[in-house]
Design a protein around this ligand. Sequence first.
Ligand SMILES: [Zn+2]
Length: 481
Amino acid sequence: MAKNKNEEFVTHITSMEEDFSQWYTDVILKADLVDYSPVKGCMVIKPNGFGIWENIQQLLDARFRATGHRNAYFPLFIPENLLKKEAEHVEGFAPEVAWVTHGGDEELSERLAVRPTSETIICSMYSKWIQSWRDLPLLLNQWCSVVRWEKSTRPFLRTSEFLWQEGHTAHIDEEDAEKETLRMLDVYRDFAENDLAIPVVVGQKSEKEKFAGALRTYTMEALMLDGKALQAGTSHNLGQHFAKVFDIQYLDKDGKLKYVWQTSWGVSTRLIGAIIMVHGDKRGLVLPPKVAPIQVIIVPIAQHKAGVLDKANELYQSLKDSFRIELDDRDTYSPGWKFNEWELKGVPIRLEIGPKDMEKDQVVLVRRDTGEKSFVPMEGVKESIDQLLKDINSNMYQKALKFREDHTSIATNMEEFVHGIDVRKGFVKAMWCMDRQCEDEIKEKTGATTRCIPFEQENFSNKCVHCNREAKAMAYFAKAY
Ligand SMILES: [Zn+2]
């Protein structure tokens, strides 16, 4: 009976190879991360999903503080005149802005935008707050949600409202702003690689793909298991565009009034989508230990037998201050059923304890990433778990890195290019002329976009892969979310 139940449980997930998109939907719903909401295009993040976000927030926030940033909060609404001040910016966001036109029954004298991003309202405040070189650098971050009216949506990847953080800083000169832009990109990279076990390619966005109103946009790009890229975080050097429009000037040491240089940078709940699509497998979620809401689940075996539940409880008590750990002592489900459920939910380690283990004074640890089982002595179990979590994290990173390497190819002509995108599926590295029209044509023909001009450049040809004109840089191309 129990066995059939288990099998049934797993077959609920569509296989990745068959239909990746359906696999994704099955996993997020069955692992109980989100639910669809009555508002079209908006998701409800349930405790299992929100717990991941809370851990992401905590780990990133510590890094922001360590680099000198403080948190603040700005209004959700942006008056129309503010949003429209910077021409490029408004043009970029206009198609997806949600507008508030009424307060109660009364029509507003000026429409209010629900923030799609907060540059404009923050700049309007910075022009008041920044007077002297002594006020710089100003380093603020905001945790909030933003709204971008999307036509087609997918939970975590593209929703009309999503959670994120947006850093906004002001600097004395271009050099300092550029340093900040790159520093925060590196904070993101470090976080993605070390805490999410997701390898990323870092580099600069093309003119076409850069943030509306920015001087330069830098990005980190991750490769999903279906061979599509996901932009996982961006950092923008805004130059002086906003400062000039919003009149953010400071009195410099030399007694002259100067415009500040600005940056903004953000990551969002999209990162959860990346975790799912980089690490998941046929049994469901595989969560990186550092952000897993539950790191260890204790499943007692033959829990009706004398002493088993007591021992399980004792273990729970002794480990709960060291790990995010829970004890599954529900007597309405078989251990096999529980195994499947916690595997589906991606818990990194399952700890089994039963009568036989008690006799041998040991516990069983089963890792989610490989399914590998180990028997470890009761004494020192905390250290064993600690080490295993580290091993899991590094194995997940290595596995994802190998996948990316296996799915990254070099193209020196369009035939190779198309092969890399459609057959090998993944990143294609190619020399590129950096021309906007050439970029559009490549997209039209192959569905692939430029992901970034990586900092780590290679040179394998003098000619653009597509138009044969002189190549200016090597770029990463891919189909993308
Ligand atoms: Zn070209």
